[in-house]
Write a protein that binds this ligand. Structure first.
Ligand SMILES: Cc1ncc(C[n+]2csc(CCOP(=O)(O)OP(=O)(O)O)c2C)c(N)n1
Ligand SMILES: [Mg+2]
Length: 464
């Protein structure tokens, strides 16, 4: 909408805000420069002019009683219930836990729903998908009933096979329903309100064997992740950097991540607790989102510690410039703690691995290698703190130092680009492509050694 006289402004602003909040869309107002300098007038009492007002009570966003009963009957008849929650469940943590407990369900999280459930609950299987976990994969493959809440997780090969599970979905947007899995029942509703209304209609399941199996799988998965993190690498294993961070995360921390191999470690290794927030460019995977997201988090919540998990490619694209913005504002924050972790692997690593695994091609040196750069020294140049770590035994101390700093920090971890961000299950075709591609690559020796170590960590007796 474009205004041509000041008397239109009230109507336009009220209308734009109303449309934006009612339809959850962006609205655009254009105010010409000369109009901005004119004195404001209320709209006249005349044909064609309207007198608008503000505010409205949010609609209940609750399915009707009959639909809720039908959903409950499907969920009550299931013996092995799997749940998947996404960004739409971020405000529904208590309700998701209550429903999962009643259904004796396991629950996986879509990438944008990482903070919807804490990872210390023994039935929360973590992320789902290529960046996900094996327990999430097993949960989806083994379930007979599937409840999806507030998510449009797109990769259907990670969902139950169509027909193998009875599906129920809750989403605030009718256009997102039954798009990823052929649901038996799709409901439009707010996650928390709908789950709360569903709860009294659900029967408490008493057979704990399905959930018990999930919990067992999770225990060995977390051990496996620790094994992977503890493998040596040249000079530093990136998984170790994330593994050491989880127990050190401050209360209410906000974590952002960029696209790249970092997103794998963020998705799998970081353990969320109640009260934390976490996000990344989940829909578009836009490289370069990690530092602006961290800056925005700090502007919205200056009292909370913010940690951005970055690749060196994303830093060279725009992150280094965002550091200049951070150096401008940090003194205004009541808590100056903002840590930018940079995995300096001299490589656009995620794409290098995609070349190897998906395309069956080797690493293209000319496009994938990027210059080494002293990120920690650059932080010091800006009056911030710089920390460098390239030895596994020093990672914990480096995090402690970063977390106790009195100003924003770049923590530069000099990591090995040849540690594979292995998907939770590798297909034979992927493995074949991968081995063929390594035959004509100069770095193949260290890639093979690291992959072998990862595999061994998962199959050695007592280590799986
Ligand atoms: C705007 C944009 N350009 C390109 C890509 C493709 N892309 C995804 S990850 C990645 C490499 C990121 O490299 P880096 O930041 O060094 O992280 P690493 O994978 O090495 O951890 C690229 C180029 C993208 N997702 N978005
Ligand atoms: Mg990199």
């Amino acid at each position: 909408m474009q205004a041509s006289v000041p008397a239109q402004i009230r109507h336009m602003i009220d209308r734009a805000v109303r449309i934006a909040s009612a339809r959850r869309v962006v609205t655009c107002l254009i105010l010409p420069n000369d109009l901005q300098l004119m004195p404001y007038q209320d709209p006249p009492m005349a044909h064609g002019a309207t007198h608008t007002g503000v505010g409205y009570a949010l609609p209940a966003k609750l399915p009707d009683e009959g639909t809720l009963r039908e959903a409950a009957s499907i969920l009550n008849s299931g013996k092995k219930v799997a749940m998947l929650v996404g960004a739409g469940a971020l405000g529904a943590t208590d309700e998701v836990i209550a429903v999962a407990d009643k259904l004796q369900a396991g629950c996986a999280k879509a990438l944008l729903g990482k903070a919807a459930l804490p990872d210390d609950l023994p039935w929360v299987t973590g992320s789902l998908g290529l960046l996900g976990t094996k327990p999430s994969w097993d949960l989806m493959q083994g379930c007979d009933t599937f409840l999806m809440v507030g998510s449009s997780f797109p990769y259907s090969e990670f969902l139950p096979k169509p027909g193998s599970a009875r599906g129920v979905q809750i989403d605030i947007d009718a256009a997102s329903l039954s798009l990823r899995y052929p649901m038996e029942l799709s409901m439009v509703g707010d996650s928390a309100t709908t789950l709360r209304a569903l709860l009294p209609l659900l029967e408490q399941k008493t057979d704990t064997s399905w959930r018990g199996g999930i919990e067992k799988g999770l225990q060995s998965w977390w051990k496996q992740l620790e094994e992977r993190a503890m493998q040596s690498a040249e000079p530093l294993n990136p998984q170790r950097v994330f593994w050491e961070l989880s127990p050190r995360l401050p209360e209410n921390a906000i974590i952002t991540a960029d696209s790249g191999s970092v997103a794998n470690w963020y998705a799998r290794d970081l353990k969320m607790r109640r009260g934390m927030k976490a996000s990344l460019s989940g829909g578009l995977a836009s490289l370069g989102a990690g530092t602006p997201y961290a800056m925005a988090a700090k502007m919205a919540y200056p009292e909370r510690t913010v940690i951005a998990c970055m690749g060196d490619g994303a830093m060279q694209m725009n992150g280094l410039n965002v550091m200049i913005t951070i150096s401008k504002y940090w003194r205004q924050w009541s808590n100056p703690k903002l840590i930018v972790l940079v995995l300096n692997n001299r490589d656009l690593n995620q794409v290098t691995w995609e070349e190897r695994v998906t395309l069956g091609a080797g690493k293209t040196e000319s496009t994938q290698s990027i210059p080494d750069f002293p990120y920690h020294k650059y932080a010091e140049l800006l009056g911030l703190k710089g920390i460098f770590v390239d030895h596994p035994d020093k990672v914990g101390a480096a995090w402690d130092e970063a977390l106790s700093a009195d100003r924003p920090v770049i923590l530069e971890a000099y990591t090995d680009p040849n540690v594979p961000p292995l998907p939770p299950h590798i297909t034979l075709k992927d493995a074949r492509n991968f081995m063929t591609s390594l035959l004509d690559e100069p770095e193949r020796a260290s890639v093979i050694v690291n992959s072998a170590k990862e595999m061994l960590a998962s199959v050695l007796p007592g280590k799986g």
